[in-house]
Design a protein around this ligand. Structure first.
Ligand SMILES: [Zn+2]
Length: 117
């Protein structure tokens, strides 16, 4: 492995670990505020009750997305440690560096990814 790639991997790893910490913080914050939906009957009418429920559904969805991103980050960090990073999980070809710069957690090359979706 050349030095420049090694440097890049370190940067990607640092970036991923920072992002993981950020997500972990967000996840624990939203867990505190998730339940129960507050129902102050004196102030909150029917519409705002629906708003509250909608907000709750949205924060659940956001939480799920964050969880999925966390899992992708974990998997990517493992691939970096094993030396598998940068290779398509499906066909084993190199993933285009531009693609990885955009999102290092992408597990597949562009051909396989467009095939899968
Ligand atoms: Zn592929």
């Amino acid at each position: 492995m050349s030095t420049s790639i090694d440097m890049e991997l370190k940067q990607i790893k640092t970036r991923l670990i920072a992002r993981r910490e950020e997500l972990n913080d967000l996840v624990s914050v939203s867990e505190e505020s998730r339940d129960p939906v507050e129902l102050d009957q004196t102030r909150v009418g029917r519409l705002s009750r629906m708003d509250a429920l909608q907000n709750q559904a949205m924060s659940l969805e956001t939480g799920r997305r964050r969880q999925a991103e966390l899992e992708r980050i974990e998997a990517t960090l493992k691939r970096i440690d094993k030396g598998d990073f940068g290779y398509c999980l499906n066909c084993g070809e190199d993933i285009a560096p531009k693609r990885l710069q955009l999102d290092p957690t992408l597990p597949m090359c562009i051909d396989c990814a467009s095939y899968a979706s």
